[in-house]
Design a protein around this ligand. Structure first.
Ligand code: LLP
Length: 413
C-alpha cells in the first residue's frame, strides 16, 4: 500500500501503518509523510521525461524537512532553492551543488557569495542589477557564475492571484521582450556565463495550456539566443503542476510532458523543472485532535488542536483541504466548520463541511498537506510548531520533534 488509504476496519493508514496509533504515539498536531508516496511521485516525473535530457529540481520551499530532502537527493533529484537557508539544507541533505538552481528576487550579497563559494549550478537571476552584482562577487572570488535569466512571459496561469508569478504586474523575472538586450549586455561581463532561460508561471496550475504557452515562448527565445551564439545549456520551465485537493491525486507529469515537450523539441538543451507541490503534497497529512464541539447560533464548530499557525493555506488563500476522520465511527453526518485555537476568525481548516459528527478526542486527518504545510507554519499565539513523522519500511519515525516552550523563547535576549 502506498500513501494514505483505509485499511481493514476503515481506519486511515499511511503505507499500511495505522494513523490512529501514530497520532497516539507522537501526539498532535502532527504532520505524517509517506516515503513511498514521495518516491512514487518522483518516479512519475522521471518516467514522463525519460526521453529527453532533463533534471528535476525539487522546490525545497514546499517542504524542507531534511528527511524528505534526503529521500529526493538519494533518488537523484536536483534542488530549487530560494534562500541561503534552503541552500544549506539542500547541501546538507546531499544534493550536488551543480544540480542546485537558486531563484529569488531578493538574493542578498551574502547569499550570492555563499552560492558562489558552494558552487551552485545555476543562479536564476531575476534582474539585470542582480547579474551585475553577481558578476562583481564572482570576479572578487575568481570564479564564474553560471546564470539563467528568469523571464516573465506575461501569461495567466489561472490560479490564485497570490501564487500567480508570470504576469506582467508580478515582481518576478524580467519582461520577456527585454530579455535579449539584458542578455547581450550581461554576456560580456566578467564573472558571468549565461547558460539558460528560466520561467515559473505560478503554482497550483491545473489547466496546463499556460505551461505549454510558457514553454513555447521560452523555446522561441532560446532559439534566437542560440543563433546569436549564446552558449545555452538549459531551459528551465519552473514548477507549478497542481494537485486535486477535492479528490486527491492531480495533474500528472505525463500530461505535462505531452504539453511541453513538443514545444521544446529539437532544442539542444537540458530541460529543468522545479516541482514542489506535485512531489510532496499528497504524501502528507496533518493529524489533529478534536478538542471541543460547540454551536454558535446555527453554526457548528469543531475546535481542533491544529490552527492557522500549523496550516496557513485555508486562512491565506481560502484553500480547500479534505478533512477525514482517522477512525470512522458510523455516526450521523453533520455540517460543521473545523477551526483551530488561534484568536482569529480566519483560523479555520475547513468550512461548511459535511462530516461524520465529531466528538472530543477524535483524530482528524487534513489531507494533502505535505507541501506548504509545515513549511509555512509559525509560532503565532506562542504555539510551538508541530512534530513531523515519516513512515518508511513499515514504521513511523520522528523526523522533527515537537517544539517546546523553551524553543519559543530560545532566541530572546
Ligand atoms: N520554482 C519557483 C521559482 C517557485 O517560485 C515555486 C513556487 C516553485 C518552483 C514550485 O512550485 P510548485 O511546483 O510547488 O507549484 N504557498 C503556496 C505556493 C507558493 C509557491 C511559490 N513558488 C501554496 O501553499 O499554495
Amino acid at each position: 500500500m502506498t500513501g494514505f488509504e483505509r485499511i481493514e476496519g476503515g481506519e486511515l493508514a499511511c503505507d499500511g501503518v495505522d494513523l490512529g496509533g501514530v497520532g497516539e504515539r507522537f501526539g498532535t498536531p502532527l504532520f505524517v509523510y509517506s516515503r513511498r508516496a514521495i518516491e512514487e511521485a518522483w518516479r512519475a516525473y522521471e518516467s514522463a521525461f525519460a526521453g529527453v535530457p532533463h533534471r528535476i529540481c525539487y522546490a525545497v520551499k514546499a517542504n524542507g524537512n531534511g528527511a524528505i530532502l534526503r529521500v529526493l537527493a538519494a533518488l537523484g533529484a536536483g534542488a530549487d532553492i530560494v534562500s541561503g537557508g534552503e541552500m544549506l539544507a539542500a547541501l546538507r541533505a546531499g544534493f550536488p551543488p551543480e544540480h542546485i538552481v537558486f531563484a529569488g528576487v531578493g538574493k542578498t550579497n551574502e547569499e550570492l557569495s555563499l552560492g558562489l563559494e558552494r558552487g551552485i549550478g545555476e543562479f536564476n537571476a531575476e534582474s539585470e542589477e542582480e547579474i551585475t552584482r553577481l558578476g562583481e562577487a564572482a570576479v572578487g572570488r575568481g570564479v564564474v557564475a553560471r546564470v539563467s535569466l528568469r523571464v516573465n512571459p506575461d501569461i495567466d496561469p489561472q490560479t490564485h492571484p497570490y501564487i500567480s508569478t508570470g504576469l506582467r504586474e508580478a515582481k518576478f523575472g524580467v519582461p520577456i521582450a527585454r530579455a535579449p538586450e539584458i542578455l547581450r549586455r550581461s554576456r560580456g561581463r566578467p564573472g558571468i556565463r549565461i547558460v539558460g532561460l528560466q520561467c515559473h508561471l505560478g503554482s497550483q496550475i491545473t489547466d496546463l495550456a499556460p505551461l505549454a504557452a510558457g514553454a513555447r515562448d521560452l523555446a522561441g527565445l532560446s532559439r534566437r539566443l542560440l543563433a546569436e551564439g549564446f552558449p545555452l545549456e538549459t531551459i528551465d520551465l519552473g514548477g507549478g503542476l497542481g494537485v486535486d485537493y477535492e479528490n486527491g491525486g492531480g495533474a500528472d507529469p505525463g500530461t505535462l510532458a505531452r504539453q511541453i515537450l513538443p514545444e521544446i523539441e529539437g532544442l539542444p538543451l537540458t530541460l529543468v523543472l522545479e516541482p514542489g507541490r506535485s512531489l510532496v503534497a499528497g504524501a502528507g497529512v496533518l493529524l489533529t485532535r478534536v478538542l471541543y464541539v460547540k454551536a454558535n447560533g446555527d453554526r457548528r464548530f469543531v475546535v481542533v488542536d491544529a490552527g492557522m499557525n500549523d496550516l496557513l493555506r485555508p486562512a491565506l488563500y481560502g484553500a480547500f483541504h479534505r478533512v477525514e476522520p482517522v477512525r470512522p465511527r458510523g455516526r450521523d453526518l453533520v455540517e460543521a466548520d473545523v477551526v483551530g485555537p488561534v484568536c482569529e476568525t480566519g483560523d479555520f481548516l475547513a468550512r461548511g463541511r459535511r462530516m461524520e459528527r465529531p466528538e472530543p478526542g477524535d483524530l482528524i486527518a487534513v489531507r494533502d498537506t505535505g507541501a506548504y504545510g509545515f513549511a509555512m507554519s509559525s509560532r503565532y499565539n506562542m504555539r510551538p510548531r508541530a512534530a513531523e513523522v515519516m513512515v518508511e519500511e513499515g514504521a513511523a519515525r520522528l523526523v522533527r520533534r515537537r517544539e517546546t516552550f523553551e524553543d519559543l523563547i530560545r532566541t530572546e535576549t
